[in-house]
Design a protein around this ligand. Structure first.
Ligand SMILES: [Zn+2]
Ligand SMILES: [Zn+2]
Length: 308
């Protein structure tokens, strides 16, 4: 077994770069008068969410780490830490990210943790730092289990996951239009990820990629940014608050309220927790499917266009 491994905490190392880039973007927008928008309260909330996410990792990180080390004890495999092992781990981990992120939008229990990342109605580099405080409770650490069982050391798995998150920082901007065509074809870019943050019907539930956009193309969830449909950022139902506690916990509270309603069957209670967001036992709420369908009823000419 590989021992005495120590990988740097790349997200912590990247903090000075994050701060410098946010200042540069802010100045760019101020000077050019385009390329994004900053609202002080919104940006401050995003920064607090980022700091809270780091704090929650320090307090609760031992749970996931303990789980991974347990798996590491039982796996007979050891891929080592050669450059090839690191590269393969990085690519497989990006596939892991795609599915975690897709679950994050299609299973309400996981959405409760991820929703805060989408709660800003702005799109700038501070939005990237609007990260979850409750990831541990979503149990998505389970999706990392195959990587450890395949013989990638937990330290390596978290290291490549950190690089993945740092990569995703720079794509949260309107200051960059499109990258060169080859880059847009393979990599996740500001254009692809703007779409992911959109509440327009066509942009719901697409572009889940972390680093490589190829996963969305492989699994049929890719929607390119449409010039005729500018991205409207935020949630289908925006939460109208800058209170970090409400941003962090509002969906958990809603799940609790829904699950504990009277006169529900056990199946309905479970669906309120684990079905896609928008599920309701009486059909009174909209899911992304009904939102797309209603849009097509009003705009039949959009049928068959990307995302619809
Ligand atoms: Zn998302
Ligand atoms: Zn994002």
């Amino acid at each position: 077994m590989t021992s005495a491994l120590s990988f740097p905490d790349v997200t912590q190392l990247a903090v000075p770069f994050f701060i410098a880039a946010i200042l540069a973007e802010f100045l760019w927008i101020a000077i050019k008068g385009r390329g994004g928008r900053y609202e002080t309260r919104d940006a401050v909330t995003s920064l607090i969410m980022g700091a809270g996410s780091v704090a929650s990792g320090l307090v609760l990180g031992f749970i996931a780490w303990g789980f991974f080390m347990l798996l590491w004890q039982i796996t007979p495999l050891d891929m080592g830490t050669s450059i090839w092992a690191i590269l393969i781990c990085f690519v497989l981990d990006d596939l892991r990210y795609y599915w975690v992120h897709r679950f994050g939008h299609r299973i309400r229990w996981v959405w409760a943790s991820h929703v805060n990342h989408h709660s800003s109605q702005h799109y700038n580099l501070t939005t990237a730092l609007r990260q979850t405080w409750t990831g541990t409770f979503s149990f998505v650490m389970l999706v990392r289990a195959p990587l450890v069982l395949l013989g990638f050391h937990p330290g390596l798995v978290l290291f490549v996951g950190g690089i993945n998150l740092v990569y995703q920082f720079w794509i949260h901007t309107e200051a960059i239009g499109k990258m060169p065509r080859w880059f847009e074809a393979v990599m996740n870019t500001p254009s692809h990820h703007r779409v992911h943050h959109g509440r327009n019907p066509r942009y719901l539930d697409c572009n889940y990629a972390g680093v490589f956009i190829i996963w969305d193309k492989m699994f049929g969830t890719f929607v390119p940014e449409q010039e005729r449909d500018p991205v409207d950022y935020g949630l289908v139902y925006n939460i109208a608050t800058f209170n970090p506690l409400r941003v962090a916990f509002h969906e958990w509270v809603s799940i609790f309220r829904d699950v504990t309603q009277s006169n529900l069957t056990l199946k309905e209670r479970l669906l309120y927790a684990f079905a896609p967001p928008g599920y309701s036992h009486d059909g009174s709420r909209d899911t992304s499917e009904t939102i797309k369908k209603k849009h097509l009823d009003r705009h039949p000419q959009d049928r068959g266009t990307p995302g619809l």
